[in-house]
Design a protein around this ligand. Structure first.
Ligand SMILES: CSC[C@@H](O)[C@@H](O)C(=O)COP(=O)(O)O
Length: 354
């Protein structure tokens, strides 16, 4: 992938953008594997480079994977690939985030529906539409999330605990859970953002801390296993996380380590809030047991320390939190609480209720 790297200029690069230089269209990604040390762009000139970027987590996080999938179809079409083949590979580059197959599906449907010679333009237009919708969803989720926090933790000055990375790096807008924290920060209502480091790939320590620092948020990093003592000390008003796939019953797959936080939150009577667009809800998956959890190479765990040669590691990328541990799911259409199959289906069927 080294051939495709290009240094960014001023640090204001978006997580993903489409460009059309004279030698053909490209999808430009901010390489998240290199943050926070370096802001380096990864220029995807073809589908295999994009697939590898998805697998290596250079581009990651559910909503952004949706955009990558949609633009990937546009890239495949513009570069003369077999679009149906490309769709199959892209949609399954990672299995858990439903947004990836959703984004691929949206652009593919537009490609198929277009007239002769119009497929590439139609796929690109659909990717851009999804991009704009995702930005709008971020704004709406932040507003709904702020309203919910005001109800659940009256008095403001929130101390929020978050896991993984759910900000502008994973979205066309300001993100999901971190988008709500950003809104609270702008309103002067964020007393403290507790950031789980999120082992083993450290999306919290590397990426959320990077975003929080750039935004001037009051944040503190903690080792994932320090969360218990934080709850015991009464330092958490709410836990806010994103989601990779929400099953029809509300079971929520998110970065591994989310479920233990939900258990802790319930024990300590702290709201546990999932913030996710309805594009992350998969009504075709009946419950949590039916969600495929990506298993990542053990080396991601053993190489951290590193462990003795030959050590085996258990490395699921996600875990699943059952609906009964989730206080609320915040979507762009409104808040689901209590979390039931009926209320989730209803919010997916409606428009923004603000
Ligand atoms: C809005 S992002 C929600 C999730 O996608 C996020 O919390 C997460 O688990 C991402 O996992 P990753 O493996 O880094 O792609």
């Amino acid at each position: 992938m080294g051939d495709h790297l290009a240094k960014s200029g001023n640090g204001t690069v978006p997580a993903l953008r489409w460009e059309e230089p004279p030698d053909g269209p490209v999808l430009v990604l901010l390489d998240q594997t290199r943050l926070p040390q370096e802001e380096v762009e990864l220029v995807c000139t073809d589908v295999p480079v994009l697939v590898q970027a998805i697998r290596s987590l250079a581009v990651r996080g559910a909503p952004l994977l949706g955009l990558a999938g949609a633009y990937g179809i546009a890239l495949a079409a513009a570069r003369g690939y077999d679009v149906e083949d490309a769709a199959g590979v892209l949609a399954h580059a990672r299995p858990t985030a439903v947004n990836l197959e959703y984004g691929v599906g949206r652009a593919l449907a537009a490609f198929r529906a277009a007239g002769p010679g119009q497929g590439a333009a139609a796929a690109l237009a659909e990717a851009r539409r999804l991009h704009a919708e995702d930005a709008a969803a971020s704004t709406a989720m932040a507003a709904h999330g702020m309203q919910l926090l005001a109800e659940l933790a009256p008095g403001g000055g929130y101390r929020m605990l978050t896991h993984c990375n759910t900000g502008a790096l994973v979205s066309g807008g300001e993100g999901t859970a971190l988008g709500v924290a950003m809104a609270a920060h702008r309103a002067g209502e964020l007393r403290r953002l507790w950031v789980d480091e999120t082992r083993p790939l450290l999306q919290g320590a590397r990426l959320t801390a990077w975003e929080a620092a750039r935004a001037g948020m009051p944040y503190t990093l903690l080792a994932d296993n320090a969360a218990g003592s934080l709850f015991t000390a009464g330092e958490v008003d709410a836990v806010l996380i994103g989601a990779d796939r929400i099953a029809a019953d509300g079971s929520t797959a998110n970065k591994v380590g989310s479920y233990p936080l939900a258990v802790l939150a319930r024990y300590h009577r702290v709201p546990f809030i999932v913030v996710a667009p309805t594009t992350t809800v998969d009504l075709a998956t009946v419950n949590g047991a039916a969600i495929e959890v990506e298993q990542r190479p053990g080396s991601e765990v053993t190489d951290l320390a590193p462990s003795p040669l030959g050590t085996q590691a258990y490395n699921p990328a996600f875990d699943v939190t059952p609906p009964e541990l989730i206080t609320a799911i915040v979507t762009e259409n409104g808040v689901v609480s209590p979390v039931t199959a009926e209320s989730l289906a209803a919010v997916c069927a409606q428009q923004d209720t603000r």
